[in-house]
Structures are given as C-alpha cells and as structure tokens.
Design a protein around this ligand. Structure first.
Ligand code: ACO
Length: 333
C-alpha cells in the first residue's frame, strides 16, 4: 500500500491588538491612503508585551489539535516555520514541544521565510510517505512587530508586516478518502539574498552586531520592493503550474488558490496572470497584514472556517519570499 498524507485540521491565532494604518501614521510619515493603495492593508495585529512567537504558535496548534481530536501525545514530529524566532537558537519547535507537553519527538525549524509553511507541509508529507511519522504538526508563526522600525526610516517595511500564527495537523491518510496531499514544488535562488533580508545579528562579518549597526537599522528588514514585486509575480504562477502539472491537473480543476499574503497588488497580479478571479483567490491581507510564514495557514484556516473551502476541494498553496525562495503545494483538502 502506498502511504499518502492529508491535512486533518487547521487552526490559527491572532493577537487581539488591532493596529490601523492611522495608528502607524501617528508614529511615522505615512498615510492610510499610501498603505492601502500600495499594499491593500487596512490593519494588522501586533502582540502585547506578554506574548512571543512560540506563544502564538502554541495557541494555533492547540486549536488545530482540538479540531483533529488529537491528544498532544499523538504528535510524532513537529515542523515550525518562522523568521522571527524567540531565540537565535534553539529553534521554536523545541520550545513549542515543551510548552505543549509533548513526547520527545523530532522538532525541526524551517528558515525559508514567507515560503516556510509551503516547505513545512512538503516536509511533513515526505516524512509521512516515508513512514517516518504518522502525525505531524506544522506551525507557521511570526512576531514582526518587535523587529520593525516604527519610524520614518523604517516605514517602507514597517507598514507591511503583522503578527500571527497558523497550524496544520497532517496525518497518514486513507487512499480511498476525499483528502490527500498531491504534489509540491520548492525552489531557491540565493543570488537575490540581499534584496530581502535582516543583516544583523549575523556571523558573516565582524562584529556579530554593534550598537552602531543597531542604530543604523540593520536588525530591521531590508527590502528592495520593486525587485520583490518583479520576481514574485513570475515565480508564483510558475510554482502553481508546476504542482498542477505534476498532478496531471489544470487551472480549471482548482477550487481556490491560497497565496502567501505578501501584498494585495502581488496577489491581484498573480490572479490576473492565471485567469483566476477574486472568488478563487483567498485574500485576508486587508485585515492581517503580511505575516510571512504564518500567512498561508491563517488564510487557509479562516477560509475553511468561513466555508469557502470544503473537504475534497482542490486547493493550491503558493508562496514567494526572501532568499529568494518560492514554491507551492497542491492538495485535496
Ligand atoms: N508611506 C509613505 N511613503 C512611503 C512609505 C510609506 N510607508 N514607504 C516608502 N515610501 C516612499 C519612499 O520613501 C519613496 O519616496 P521618494 O519617491 O520620495 O523616494 C516612495 O514612497 C516610493 O514610492 P514608489 O516608488 O511609488 O513605491 P512603489 O510603487 O515601488 O511601492 C512597494 C513600494 C509598495 C514596496 C512596492 O515596491 C511593492 O509593492 N513591492 C512588493 C514588495 C512587497 O510587497 N513585499 C512584501 C513583503 S516581502 C514578501 O512577503 C515576499
């Protein structure tokens, strides 16, 4: 018998503090109009002082576990995707394992930024297909708000990112059932690493980090927005077509696309290039901002809760992000 995997359940968690564009305009030289027009974002969530990235992941994971009716002891592998970990090391996966009181299972952190959940789901599927695990918890969580420069100098990226978490319970599946993960496409092209990155702290050159470098904003995201846009609108469609072709399916078969919520303009351009109308492309960036590795599981989980995605529907998840990395997963939910 071939082993296949499926998503048993999804969960998401957002901190309660809503930060509007006007709230940001009170801190820096920006405006609601500029942010909406360039990114589609109206508001995002920021954590309060008592919450960290693992805390968000724990809440999303608890919700996914409850929906799958799994006990924490059922999980036999953890994948945690984030670019804003609690600590430089160890990774968030072991922190989550401890917080949830899990068994001493494998705990893997994924560092492919906005593409983290897509890589994480592909990893979970591969582990299950190989017989290395039966039940994998995949989490994407981010706390951006503490790393942004909420000043004029940081305004190009500060207005884009938000905090939140999503999670999926992935399990070995019945071949006759309606749900299964079908195909993946994963890519990277490191020559563009400098176009979207956080430079410090880092061991590439000395010092690891200095007061001057912190003052210069090197611990905040650096983005060449135009290059990101140019590559994203090409790479998203490529990855989507690759997973469809690998499964012997076409765009007409697709119920919905759940793209990484990078920027509404990117999402709209991708939909246009593929001929997918807004009713077939999930977007929540208006209310959530860009939550990088958390954006796909949050959008996916919300779409399931709203009844926009049902069991057996053909769903494509696709992402593009720092690295550059990009990729897609195709599945029947
Ligand atoms: N508010 C007001 N003005 C701003 C802000 C802001 N928050 N940020 C930058 N500006 C100013 C700049 O200083 C610049 O001013 P200048 O012309 O006086 O030098 C001007 O706006 C730049 O304007 P445009 O060139 O018109 O900006 P552009 O149209 O390139 O839009 C943007 C910038 C939105 C970043 C665009 O390049 C884009 O959409 N890129 C995609 C990148 C993206 O969305 N990444 C998401 C995160 S990465 C990921 O998830 C993959």
């Amino acid at each position: 018998m071939n082993r296949i995997a499926r998503i048993a359940s999804l969960g998401h968690y957002l901190p309660s503090r809503v930060v509007t564009n006007d709230d940001l305009a009170a801190l820096m030289n920006t405006s609601d109009e500029w942010i909406r027009e360039r990114t589609g974002i109206q508001e995002r969530r920021f954590v309060d002082d008592d919450m960290g990235c693992t805390d968000l992941g724990v809440e999303a994971a608890r919700q996914a576990l409850a929906k799958a009716e799994w006990d924490v002891t059922d999980v036999d592998f953890i994948v945690f995707a984030t670019l804003s970990p609690d600590l430089y090391f160890p990774g968030n996966a072991v922190l989550l394992q401890d917080r949830l009181g899990m068994r001493e299972v494998g705990a893997l952190d994924i560092r492919t930024q906005c593409t983290g959940f897509v890589y994480g789901l592909a990893t979970a599927d591969a582990y299950i297909r190989m017989g290395l695990a039966d039940r994998v918890l995949v989490v994407g969580a981010e706390v951006h708000s503490r790393g942004l420069r909420l000043t004029d100098e940081g305004r190009d990226t500060a207005v884009i990112f938000g905090d939140g978490a999503g999670a999926a319970c992935v399990e070995v599946a019945d071949e006759e059932g309606p749900s299964r993960i079908l195909s993946h496409s994963l890519h990277g092209e490191g020559k563009h690493a400098g176009e979207l990155c956080i430079v410090k702290p880092g061991s590439a050159d000395s010092p690891y980090v200095s007061a001057e470098q912190i003052e210069a904003g090197l611990m905040a995201p650096h983005m060449n927005g135009r290059e990101v846009f140019r590559h994203a609108v090409t790479r998203f469609p490529e990855a989507i077509m690759e997973v469809l072709e690998a499964a012997g399916l076409g765009l007409d078969d697709l119920k919905v696309l759940v793209p990484h919520q990078a920027n509404l303009r990117i999402t709209e351009m991708v939909g246009k290039r593929l001929g997918l109308g807004p009713e077939r492309v999930i977007s929540n960036i208006e209310r959530r901002g860009n939550t990088t590795a958390a954006s796909i599981p949050i959008a996916f989980s919300e779409a399931v809760d709203e009844g926009r995605i049902e069991r057996g529907d053909l769903v494509c998840l696709a992402a593009f992000g720092a690295g550059f990395t990009w990729g897609a997963n195709l599945l029947r939910y």
